[in-house]
Design a protein around this ligand. Structure first.
Ligand SMILES: [Zn+2]
Length: 170
């Protein structure tokens, strides 16, 4: 029996924004989480990155230097790190986070979900097998809120980031 996306996120110590989400399953000698994912032995933080971004990265690095951490906000594509840092400094790339991060989308008044959770809901929904209603119940928001974020009416951070996530080169 394979693990699905919902089960995956439940294997973490926490899903609170701003702190490390530690993998509770097996770990490798370096401390990285290990997971059997779609029939393959994988590193948990890499799976977390893929679920969040919709694509793999050559090198998924931890901002927090905590190998078992799978908080997508603490993970970044190391091959693009310099570029990302630069964009963060310029403040025009809300999806990229760093220690002490802010996500502009969720700062907006009375946001019910963090941007990271909104992204995760999209990632989970894309994989199928779960209804908008179930996702709404799980996260304590209305189905309308889920529908809006899935339709990218809300919780849209940055059109450039969106293109990257969707694999649109231009
Ligand atoms: Zn962390």
């Amino acid at each position: 029996m394979g693990m699905d996306a919902l089960n995956f996120w439940q294997m973490l110590s926490s899903q609170e924004p701003g702190i490390c989400w530690l993998w509770l399953g097996a770990r490798d000698p370096r401390g990285y989480g290990r997971v059997r994912w779609q029939g393959k032995a994988r590193l948990a933080h890499r799976v977390a990155y893929e679920l969040t971004h919709g694509q793999a990265a050559d090198c998924v690095c931890h901002r927090c230097d905590t190998p078992p951490c799978c908080n997508p906000e603490h993970l970044f594509d190391g091959t693009r790190a310099d570029n990302n840092r630069d964009m963060t400094a310029k403040g025009r790339h809300g999806a990229v986070v760093s220690p002490g991060y802010t996500l502009r989308g969720e700062e907006h008044q009375r946001a019910k979900l963090t941007q990271a959770i909104a992204e995760r809901i999209r990632a989970v929904y894309v994989l199928g097998g779960v209804t908008q209603r179930a996702l709404a119940r799980k996260h304590g928001v209305s189905q309308r809120t889920v529908a809006k974020l899935l339709n990218r009416v809300s919780y849209v951070v940055d059109s450039e980031a969106e293109k990257v996530r969707l694999g649109i080169s231009d």
